[in-house]
Design a protein around this ligand. Sequence first.
Ligand code: ADP
Ligand code: ADP
Ligand code: ZN
Length: 217
Amino acid sequence: MKLILLGPPGAGKGTQAKFLSAAHGIPQLSTGDMLRAAVKAGSTVGKRAKSVMEAGGLVSDDIVVDIIADRIAQADCAKGFILDGFPRTLAQAAALDRLLASKKTALDAVVAMRVDDDILVRRVSGRYTCGTCGSGYHDEFQKPKKAGVCDKCGGTTFTRRADDNAETVRTRLMAYYRETSPLIGYYFALGKLSVVDGMAEIRAVTIAIEGALKTVK
Ligand code: ADP
Ligand code: ADP
Ligand code: ZN
């Protein structure tokens, strides 16, 4: 299954992609995670992306399309994948279509997750991650069972993203509405779009996405 999770920052794409990845045995491809790894490694791509990401803008299409083309070519993507945070522009969407067509395949579904703006700002501002295993948490909405200890791996160090502050979130939301939200119309016109309520509880959102996927498969 080849799936796109589409939605603004904080919609829950990463949270749901992890569940779907485990349930379906296909990898989560997060361009945000890949770009942050490149920044950390200090690679050429990382150097080009760093300041744009810190400011909450979009990294150029050629960079992210190259990253995804390389990633999709790897063996673990043969059965499918979940795209989380890509495509983010119409140019990226068109490049993805060409890429998949060249491999004689196509997307199965695009799931758009809808969440109100004020909730998005709260979600992103309170987001943090286990430094050991990468599990996602939230100050208000998804606390670990024992404060300061990761449910999954027992880790006790956590990280927050530099761009997850209320000010940068607003810039990122603007980028979403300007550059990414037209993709909703693009995929609707292709007959691939499902929309789910991303304001529901985490488990309920997973169930809604699985329901949407049943109708396409
Ligand atoms: P979020 O999960 O909050 O939506 P991401 O982790 O997906 O954020 O992305 C973080 C940042 O990485 C974005 O603000 C942007 O600068 C950059 N980025 C990630 N994916 C893309 C993409 N497909 N196109 C352009 N920039 C991207
Ligand atoms: P995205 O990848 O779309 O930027 P995340 O999956 O990282 O979003 O979720 C943003 C924050 O909101 C995380 O801290 C996560 O724990 C929390 N979150 C995700 N889904 C929900 C939900 N349905 N209800 C409440 N909080 C959620
Ligand atoms: Zn952990």
